[in-house]
Design a binder for this molecule. Structure first.
Ligand SMILES: [Zn+2]
Length: 398
């Protein structure tokens, strides 16, 4: 989401818009200019219609965001994309009841807007019918895309009704799917509730895709894709979270392993590598602080470019790019930091802010693997798959 622009800030929440949003404005202008008597007026009206649609989407997201905040979950940003909006919750709610309320809050905002807009629309319709007695509903609806106040009101009322109903479809991770999972999770384990919601969501995704293909509706195809892949991601996140929930941080932290110094050459890393169990070396400066992390990828990249006489300092990931955690943190929090910062490494400090060691995404995968091998054998393969793909990969140059 590096290519999004902050539009404004309300109640401490940044509302951002993705660059591709401009495409849907152009789309609105093109669609409406074709139907209008005056193409320029039609184009402007089309953009107004799309902007108002996204005002409704933004209000929907604020519904989620404010409900989340009520439960103490901060929401730093809301991002608008051409296919809808996303409220970025800092963490997932702990209790099914909280998830239920947070998921319901979005569609409820749209239903509230319908309740407000419908009487106004009916009033304007009554007024127009009085002014020109020959006009009836079917006459008005026949040119609904013509610029006008009544048409705009009909559009906004129906769009809010559609937003509410569409989002309530049980297509996890859409709102309706989250509501389904929350309701299921009240009577069964969270993992199984998620699994059922994901399966129902996939069936919905296939229906969306078929509708999209036969109706020539690109939007439906995008939603189908979002639901299908989003469900996968959620499932893996839940598995990883569950697997990491019970493991102490010490299990993944390799204290006392070999370290490098920033003044050393890559040849030294090659020397100590065969005996080392970790996938990355902490690089210390002369005063004993962490200067960076030399990962295997970086080492290989450095060897290829500069050979064994390349300097460690030139190829390490600088410490400023490595997020720092406390020894009191849980592995789940470490994993969430990695997702958030897209870093494969987290540096761990003790209570005196002294560097203890690094934890890599590979270390996390390993402890999940070990835990699942010694624990429930059925979940073994699933958790490994989860950990492998749920932690973002970084290119050597990243
Ligand atoms: Zn929603």
């Amino acid at each position: 989401m590096g290519t999004s622009l902050t539009l404004f800030r309300v109640a401490g929440i940044d509302v951002r818009v993705h660059w591709s949003f401009a495409l849907i404005l152009v789309y609105g202008a093109v669609i409406y200019s074709g139907d209008a008597d005056n193409a320029a007026v039609g184009a402007l009206y089309g953009m107004l219609v799309i902007l108002l649609l996204f005002v409704c989407v933004t209000l929907h997201e604020f519904g989620h965001a404010l409900a989340a905040r009520f439960y103490g979950i901060s929401v730093p940003t809301i991002t608008l994309l051409p296919i809808g909006g996303v409220a970025n919750l800092e963490r997932m709610p702990d209790k099914p009841r909280q998830e239920l309320i947070i998921a319901l809050a979005g569609p409820l905002v749209n239903l509230a807007l319908v309740v407000i807009l419908l009487p106004i629309t009916l009033f304007v319709f009554g007024f127009q019918a009085q002014q020109s007695p020959g006009v009836n509903l079917s006459v008005i609806l026949s040119d609904i895309s013509t610029p006008g106040l009544f048409n705009l009101l009909v559009y906004l009322t129906s769009v809010n009704l559609m937003l509410a109903l569409f989002n309530l479809l049980p297509a996890f991770p859409m709102d309706g799917g989250r509501i389904l999972r929350a309701l299921l999770a009240m009577t069964m384990p969270y993992l199984r509730a998620t699994w059922i919601a994901v399966v129902v969501g996939r069936i919905m995704a296939v229906i969306f895709a078929v509708l999209g293909i036969f109706g020539g509706n690109l939007f439906m195809l995008l939603i189908a894709f979002f639901v299908y892949t989003g469900g996968n991601g959620e499932m893996q996140a839940v598995r990883t979270r569950r697997a990491l929930g019970n493991i102490p941080l010490r299990a993944a932290l390799k204290v006392g392993g070999p370290r490098l110094y920033s003044s050393e050459l890559l040849s030294r890393a090659v020397d100590i590598m065969p005996a080392a169990t970790q996938t990355a070396f902490p690089v210390m400066d002369l005063s004993g602080n962490l200067a960076g992390v030399l990962s295997h990828d970086r080492l290989i990249y450095g060897l290829r470019e500069a050979g064994p006489s390349g300097r460690v300092a030139d190829y390490m990931i600088p410490a400023s790019e490595v997020p720092v955690s406390s020894v009191d943190d849980q592995l789940m929090e470490i994993w969430e930091r990695m997702l958030e910062t897209k870093s494969r490494f987290v540096a761990v400090q003790d209570h005196e802010r002294r560097f203890l060691g690094i934890i890599s995404s590979a270390d996390l995968g390993e402890v999940i693997h070990d835990a699942s091998v010694s624990g429930d054998p059925q979940s073994r393969n699933k958790t490994i798959a989860g950990s492998a793909t749920a932690v973002p990969e970084q290119t050597p140059d990243g």
